[in-house]
Design a protein around this ligand. Structure first.
Ligand code: PMP
Length: 306
């Protein structure tokens, strides 16, 4: 857990866990003006490696763009900091959380004059929705909360403030006995999970909402699309999926750096197909885990070894 870790990288230095603090008048705390990433390092057959770190860095810097937030550290500095955190804490596998936020200057909404503070933490984290979820799938509900539209707030930027919507949807689901939520966009089409992208299988073909549906451009989404195409599946990656199609799907699953590839077995108490992990989901899940554990040689350029 995040509380058990020893060292955090903060603004260029490695500091002890209890020294990695920030002021209560931090701009990002008041206005949600932070951008962050969630990546994983896997214990691979070739040693510990961060999966698709370059793409996480790309998105990290890009997320700051709408807010004119410049991360004052280079790719090499953030990479070295991350690898060193893994080495120092002897982590064979880990969840990695880089964050950049407007720090303290004045508390106007304008961040003018605020420094951009940057930190990275890494800690061991097992299956996000539980080991059982990976095998047997989860029960989800369609949230009564809609997702903000990309015309209201950039949804392709991984901004801290956006996650109040994820929290509302996820906690509503858990209060009602479900493991996670599916969130519709403002138009009422299927967008994604609170921290996951969603995929649907119908008649052997794979569908996932396109970027125009106000989703985060997930890196696991891209990985799964790539693997599925390599296996010969047809993937519709700019799909529009209506709520009703969820119930009649042959298979549904979530993807995410934290959630990896998690099957969905029920939506709003309606069983999806026979209620088990579907064959295409299982196939893609195996391909995903074989890839990240380096049981295959494919896509070695997706790995940053420590
Ligand atoms: N959508 C949202 C809202 C998320 O928070 C995440 C997790 N970053 C995802 C999708 C999945 O993205 P990724 O595969 O890059 O982790």
């Amino acid at each position: 857990e995040a509380g058990d870790i020893e060292t955090i990288w903060q603004n260029g230095e490695f500091v002890d866990w209890d020294e990695a603090t920030t002021h209560v008048l931090t701009h990002g705390l008041h206005y949600g003006t932070g951008v962050f990433e969630g990546a994983r390092a896997y214990d691979t057959e070739n040693g510990t490696a961060v999966f698709r770190w370059e793409e996480h860095l790309d998105r990290f810097y890009a997320s700051g763009k709408p807010y004119e937030m410049e991360v004052p550290f280079s790719r090499d500095e953030l990479t070295e900091a991350t690898l060193e955190l893994l080495r120092r804490q002897d982590l064979q596998s880990a969840y990695i959380r880089p964050i950049a936020f407007f720090g303290y200057n004045s508390l106007g909404v304008s961040p003018e004059g605020c420094p951009t503070d940057v930190a990275i933490a890494a800690w061991p984290w097992g299956a996000y929705l539980g080991e059982d979820a990976l095998k047997n799938g989860i029960d989800v509900m369609v949230s009564s909360w809609r997702k903000h539209s990309s015309s209201q707030i950039p949804t392709n930027a991984k901004t801290t403030g956006l996650y109040v919507n994820s929290l509302l949807a996820g906690e509503e689901a858990r209060r009602n006995g479900y493991a996670e939520a599916i969130v519709l966009n403002k138009e009422g089409q299927v967008a994604e999970g609170p921290g996951e992208n969603i995929f649907l299988v119908r008649d052997g073909e794979i569908y996932t909402p396109g970027l125009s549906q106000s989703i985060l451009d997930g890196i696991t989404r891209d990985t799964v699309i790539t693997l599925a195409r390599e296996e010969g599946y047809t993937v519709h990656d700019q799909a529009t999926i209506s709520r009703g199609e969820l119930h009649t799907a042959d298979e549904l699953f979530f993807t995410g750096s934290a959630a990896e590839v998690t099957p969905i077995r029920q939506v709003d108490n309606v069983q999806i197909a026979d209620g088990n992990r579907g064959p295409i989901t299982e196939d893609l899940q195996s391909a995903f885990f074989d890839l990240v554990e380096r049981k295959t040689d494919a896509h070695d350029d997706w790995f940053t070894y420590i």
